[in-house]
Design a protein around this ligand. Structure first.
Ligand code: PTJ
Length: 240
């Protein structure tokens, strides 16, 4: 039990969600290391949602609302950290959640699916070994024919590697949440939200609730004026 008065209460509570996720078989052991990397960047970013992240969240909300077929990719860490918000986002924009893990385990994929359902998700897809994303070698290449393969916009939080680039090469737009603005995924994504997933998800959901009152032209205008490179640079400067 972490006392609420502890100066690092929120950070320790979030860390505990990953530890619990590993114990439940949702997150992988490697997820602990990935989380530690995230924590270090979060510390440098002031453990708050900075203005550059708010701008990216707004653009991400506009893109999710303009998408014809948005899909939300879920790995072990995101499922452990934000299951309720993933379910809410999915139901709000009618975007299926698609389980996609780097460290292969059918058992874990199934556990992630039932975990998300328990938190209210209605549409949860699993990867199918008969269907692959092009330009990828790792386990992340497997996809659902009803999800990522058909998507025009893919939300890919908390991963680093070659999938964002492969998805973009396949003609899709990619939104990521990554505390490390220098990661390959952060650098390659169409929209990079440099923030902690536990803070970014509720803000993304409220932006979508607000922006869905806007007409399409206003949403297109938000995207036209958005410059991912600029906000990535601002986030990198704020680390120094
Ligand atoms: O469940 P699996 O098998 O798919 O594995 C998931 C992990 C996250 C272990 C896997 O995708 C992985 O190894 O990821 P990486 O390459 O370590 O990248 C994770 C990225 O997420 C890093 O850039 C971290 O800085 C970032 N990150 C970690 N925790 C958070 C985060 N970004 C936002 N919010 C966090 N809480």
């Amino acid at each position: 039990m972490i006392p609420k008065s502890h100066p690092r209460y929120t950070s320790l509570r979030t860390r505990n969600l990953i530890v619990k996720g590993v114990k439940k078989g949702i997150a992988s052991m490697d997820g602990l290391i990935a989380h530690g990397r995230g924590e270090a960047f979060d510390y440098l970013l002031g453990e708050k949602t900075n203005e550059f992240a708010e701008e990216s969240i707004g653009a991400a909300a506009a893109l999710m609302l303009l998408a014809k077929k948005p899909v939300i990719s879920v790995n072990g860490n995101t499922a452990a950290l934000a299951p309720k918000e993933l379910a809410r986002l999915s139901n709000l924009v009618q975007a299926p959640l698609e389980v996609n893990v780097f460290h292969p385990s059918k058992k874990r994929e199934l556990k992630i699916k039932s975990h998300l359902k328990k938190y209210g998700a209605k549409m949860v897809l699993l990867p199918d070994k008969n269907y692959k994303i092009r330009f990828l070698e790792s386990n992340r290449k497997y996809a659902s024919p009803e999800g990522i393969l058909k998507a025009d916009v893919v939300f890919v939080p908390l991963e680093d590697g070659d999938r964002a680039e492969a998805l973009i090469k396949s003609g899709k737009k990619v939104i990521t949440v990554d505390l490390n603005p220098l990661s390959r995924t952060a650098q390659k994504a169409t929209i990079t939200i440099v923030d902690n997933i536990v803070r970014a998800m509720p803000l993304l959901i409220s932006s979508i609730r607000e922006y869905r009152k806007y007409d399409k032209n206003k949403l297109k205008e938000i995207l036209k004026n958005y410059d991912n490179k600029k906000f990535l640079e601002e986030s990198i400067s704020s680390l120094r």
